[in-house]
Design a protein around this ligand. Structure first.
Ligand code: MN
Length: 741
């Protein structure tokens, strides 16, 4: 364990120029042999020899794959994966993670495939490498700055295995350490991304030392001037305050043993980025940022922390309101410590952190500190460990009471139940897991949802119901005439999509019913020599009052849906109008309802007689069904003895030819081989599609075939029947009128 920041030598002189500052200019040409030796020693300290050997074989494999590739610094490429694996060894990660770290760029940068890695190093390692490569892919997409939080969640959701994130973080750390070699524009982009994405992830996982170091590197590359000025100011201040700090350190070292407390005391320096942020956020000048010095007191157990706190408060007065107990109430990432600011000699404020060794360890390495090595390699084992870690956080947190909310946060943070996808403009949208392109379309805009007809996922044409995956780029194709499909309701996952689809369907049905009701009533009124416009509002008012209807529109809807009889309503309105002094004529005028085929749910073609355009038809109003269109000679309406009052004049519209209608025909043929094929060919030649075919079971000289065909009108049907009669085996053709079999 050798985190680069934190621990400083423990003498008063420790607050010197070098103390606890991250060494930012560490680049000298690498010595691979030396690095490899050090790495090997680290591994041997906690892994069995056979695993060390296996990891070394991954190094050799990686080296061969990357042979001839160099980093911007001029170093051989393998020095990078080696450095990444070295960091992971500091965190004591398992052999799989280390192997994957050594191979983490081979899929991206060389011809090596996932399968090759799986064959040689096992499926688990291949999955890890694949996971890191997927994140690299996402990284190259642009994202809007305001969406950093969603981007972080997207990365976590994609990783699925904490080890992927740890490898990615170690990868980023090494890239940041060697960023000076990278050309300027790219350098700034990487630094920005580190500050917005990777440092916060490190913080969330409790990798404190890493978090600070990433911030420090990013700050230096993003704001080189400010960084240099601040660096110099801190150096000077340190010189000025050296005496004071030395004095405080000495007093602390004396006071604690006097109180019977065994403690390690270390000088601690604020990082430049956190000083900079404080100045920027609180509008302070450098001289106003006083607590640039701090001390860390590390003791053996939690009760001693409080004893030490008491002893220090006895030594220097604490600044009121600055005390924080993160032992009783740990931070969300598991961080624990007591924080207090004391007023030192000459009024210098001194920040003190008091913690146990274990808390210190967790504070520095976070999730990695919970990494217990074990040679069992099942992923479920790993998930259990992660779960255990979360569990331990929850237990810590339950002291503060609000554990449900906390659990919610951690869960969302690490393993989101959501899927994160890009719009074509690089905006990130968050959808429930399992969401489809339809959900996406509605998330963009209701109009896009209502008009969507297809989609491109990662530039490839895909069906709308395709399930979206993290990092997908989605483009929705729309058509101005498209409408939502009720079938979408069976698979959409977001409540917005569901609600909007329902809303659309309901509104449309309602509008259709109103329009139909209006036409039906208008037609019936003509029978009384009136037009709809002749009915004044007073007449309507009286009607609604006596029939308990809320509005005129409701009455029309009811008529459209067959809940009220147009004749009864019309008769009543007409009578009322006559009573009012209007004139009622008795001459009937023609005002048939036009059937256009686009009447939607409010108009249905009867299943029993299957009328097609050109057939003489009659409309029947059915309660709750609206208008059903039958052939005028349909037996079912005549037999059922419908009240003629429910019959309505209907006419085929002129534009009806563009649609296709189902119709049933029955063909009796001689029972000969190949006859079905000739009939099908004749139907196809006449420009019709066969929807369905059934064969009656009479085995003899003749067979009866029942077809359901698509035709555009009566003439089309006649043409088909004519060409079928030319098939020699066909004996008889009839149109099926009693419903499809
Ligand atoms: Mn890399």
């Amino acid at each position: 364990m050798n985190p680069p920041s934190a621990v400083a030598p423990s003498t008063p002189d420790s607050v010197s120029d070098e103390a606890s500052l991250i060494s930012l200019e560490m680049h000298a040409p690498v010595d691979l042999a030396e690095d490899l030796e050090r790495f090997r020693n680290k591994l041997s300290a906690y892994l069995p020899p056979e695993e060390v050997t296996r990891i070394e074989s991954a190094y050799i494999f990686g080296n061969t794959a990357h042979l001839g590739q160099f980093r911007s610094s001029g170093d051989p490429y393998i020095s990078h994966p080696l450095a990444v694996a070295d960091t992971l060894a500091d965190w004591r990660l398992d052999a799989q993670a280390l192997t994957a770290a050594l191979l983490h760029d081979v899929m991206e940068d060389t011809a090596c495939t996932k399968q090759q890695i799986a064959d040689k190093f096992g499926k688990a390692v291949a999955e890890l490498v694949d996971g890191v490569s997927k994140i690299d892919h996402i990284e190259n997409q642009s994202f809007e700055e305001a969406q950093a939080e969603n981007f972080r969640k997207m990365l976590l959701a994609m990783a699925r295995d904490v080890r992927v994130i740890l490898i990615k973080l170690a990868d980023r750390l090494h890239n940041m350490r060697t960023l000076s070699a990278v050309p300027l524009p790219k350098r700034r982009r990487i630094a920005r991304e580190t500050l917005d994405i990777y440092a916060p992830i490190a913080n969330r996982l409790g990798l404190n030392a890493l978090y600070r170091e990433l911030q420090e590197h990013a700050f230096r590359h993003l704001r080189p001037m400010r960084y240099r000025v601040l660096e110099k100011a801190v150096k000077n201040a340190r010189g000025n305050r050296r005496q004071v700090v030395g004095k405080i350190m000495e007093s602390l070292r004396q006071r604690l043993p006097d109180a019977g407390i065994t403690a390690e005391v270390m000088g601690r320096e604020k990082h430049l980025y956190s000083i900079y942020r404080k100045m920027r956020d609180k509008h302070l000048s450098f001289s106003q940022v006083l607590d640039i010095f701090g001390f860390r007191v590390v003791v053996n157990d939690a009760p001693t922390c409080y004893l030490a706190l008491g002893a220090l408060h006895g030594l220097y007065k604490p600044v009121p309101g600055k005390f924080k107990d993160y032992i009783a109430i740990p931070k969300a990432n598991g961080y624990q410590s007591l924080h207090s600011t004391l007023i030192g000699p000459y009024g210098t404020p001194v920040e003190v952190q008091i913690r146990t060794h274990e808390m210190h360890h967790i504070a520095e390495t976070g999730v990695a500190s919970h990494w217990m090595y074990k040679d069992e390699d099942a992923l479920s084992e790993l998930q259990q460990k992660t779960h255990k870690w979360l569990q331990s956080l929850i237990e810590l947190q339950s002291a503060s009471g609000d554990s449900a909310e906390f659990l919610e946060n951690v869960k969302v943070d690490l393993f989101p139940d959501e899927v994160y996808v890009f719009t074509p403009l690089g905006k990130i949208l968050v959808l429930p897991r399992g969401a489809s392109a339809v959900d996406f379309a509605y998330a963009v805009h209701t109009d896009i949802g209502n008009r969507c007809v297809g989609c491109r996922i990662n530039f490839e044409l895909m069906p709308l119901r395709s399930e979206l995956r993290n990092g997908d780029r989605i483009e929705i194709l729309t058509s101005p005439h498209a409408n939502p499909n009720p079938a979408w309701l069976t698979y959409v996952k977001s409540s917005k999509a569901r609600a909007q689809i329902r809303h659309f369907l309901k509104t449309r049905q309602h509008e259709e019913s109103v329009a139909l009701g209006e036409r039906l009533l208008g037609q019936t009124l003509r029978g009384f020599g009136l037009r709809l416009g002749d009915i004044g509002s007073a007449v309507w008012e009286r009607f609604m009052r006596s029939f308990g209807a809320k509005s005129k529109k409701d009455v029309l809807t009811d008529i459209g849906l067959g809940k009220r009889h147009a004749v009864i309503v019309a008769r009543r309105l007409a009578a009322d109008r006559v009573a009012e002094g209007g004139v009622a004529a008795t001459k009937k005028t023609n005002g048939a309802i036009i059937i256009n085929g686009d009447n939607g749910g409010a108009v249905q073609l009867a299943k029993c007689c299957q009328p097609v355009p050109g057939d003489p038809i009659v409309g029947v109003i059915r309660k709750g069904q609206g208008l059903v269109v039958h052939a005028h000679d349909c037996r079912s309406i005549n037999k059922a003895g419908h009240e003629r009052d429910n019959w309505v004049d209907v006419e085929w519209g002129a534009s009806i030819d563009e649609r296709q209608f189902e119709v049933g025909i029955r063909i009796v043929t001689e029972n000969r081989r190949g006859v079905l094929a000739s009939i099908a060919a004749a139907i196809a030649e006449s420009g019709s599609d066969i929807q369905n075919v059934g064969i009656d079971d009479d085995r003899g000289a003749y067979t009866t075939l029942n077809f359901t065909l698509q035709v555009s009108n009566r003439l089309h049907l006649a043409r088909i029947m004519r060409s079928l009669r030319r098939v020699p085996e066909v004996v008889r053709i009839t149109r099926t009128k009693s419903g499809a079999k």
